[in-house]
Write a protein that binds this ligand. Structure first.
Ligand SMILES: [Zn+2]
Ligand SMILES: [Zn+2]
Length: 322
């Protein structure tokens, strides 16, 4: 086996450490809550059962959305974004960057691509050999171009993008609610232990740590959740928040924003009944997006909107960019 291959395998194994850490913490929290708190500490049967029911509901939603975020393969661009064979040969033979750009421009004319590099060039990935769809970025960890890439998250050992962004936001939301449930139900016994109203057993330390760990996780997750909810409302990815997308007519950080309601629907879908569950309900195909199509060739704009199954009228009702 080549040394580089061994190294890559080791790296892949190491990448699972943060996921393992989260799972160990959740596993321990389960033991501490169910066994040490509910079985050994809570004397009242009705209280014990109601705590266990609420705890298991939030745990299920949290673990479900967490594993959906981990297991969803990042969405890749379709074959249509690759260069046709003749153009590819021409592109590879060509050494001058300007002529290569001409080849890319010719191919991109038939694609729903509105964003450009900072220098105004067509966004092309040499590694994946595709014209990058709007909002798509190459992830060096996943070694592929990921549709509507948000960021590569080590805590889920996966890219967060078009295929799992909804799951990721739900994971953050349910993780914070899981912590809230633990803190809110544990605090009473936490105080009782420290005011010596309960016998001094080893459960005391589990309950003490359970409260502190849940509170600590809640504070850190809440800031991340608030940030992502803000991004959803603005229809912006983390990458776009740091570097505004460049359109044919220049940079526009709100280029994909279609109004709050529509922005939320882009991630969570049109039907409210699916919003709280980690099932796929995001709108579109991740390859093309409705933009605030200002100063863009109306023919190309209309073909993109039809491709998306969205009404072309959107393009004329958009406010103008900065
Ligand atoms: Zn790529
Ligand atoms: Zn990645």
């Amino acid at each position: 086996m080549a040394p580089s291959h061994v190294l890559r395998c080791c790296q892949r194994a190491l990448n699972w450490i943060p996921v393992l850490f989260i799972n160990l913490v959740v596993g321990w929290s389960y033991y501490a809550y169910v066994v040490e708190l509910c079985v050994y500490t809570i004397p009242n049967n009705a209280e014990r059962i109601s705590y266990l029911v609420i705890f298991h509901i939030f745990l299920t939603m949290f673990v479900w959305s967490y594993w959906k975020t981990i297991c969803s393969r990042p969405a890749a661009a379709s074959k249509a974004f690759g260069l046709p064979r003749a153009e590819k040969e021409l592109y590879e033979r060509e050494e001058r960057a300007e002529t290569q750009q001409e080849i890319l421009k010719k191919v991109a004319r038939d694609l729903p691509v509105f964003t450009r590099t900072a220098g105004g060039a067509i966004r092309y990935c040499d590694h994946c050999q595709i014209i990058k769809p709007d909002r798509c970025h190459h992830c060096s960890t996943c070694e592929m171009c990921v549709l509507k890439m948000d960021h590569h998250c080590p805590w889920v050992n996966n890219c967060v993008g078009f295929s799992n962004y909804k799951y990721f936001v739900l994971f953050l939301a349910y993780a914070s609610l899981y912590c809230v449930v633990i803190c809110a139900t544990v605090i009473k016994y936490f105080i009782k232990f420290w005011t010596k109203q309960l016998p001094d057993t080893h459960a005391k330390f589990h309950i003490l740590f359970l409260f502190f760990v849940a509170a600590l996780f809640f504070v850190s997750i809440l800031s991340l959740l608030s940030y992502h909810l803000w991004l959803v409302g603005k229809n912006r990815t983390t990458i776009e928040a740091f570097r505004a997308p460049v359109f044919i007519n220049g940079q526009d950080k709100s280029g994909f924003s279609l109004g709050f309601k529509r922005n939320v629907a882009e991630v969570f879908g049109d039907e409210a009944k699916y919003w709280i569950f980690p099932v796929f309900s995001s709108l579109g195909d991740g390859l093309s997006f409705v933009t605030r199509l200002v100063h863009i060739d109306p023919e190309q704009a209309n073909s993109v909107l039809q491709h998306n199954g969205k009404r072309p009228t959107v393009s004329v009702t958009m406010e103008s960019g900065p």
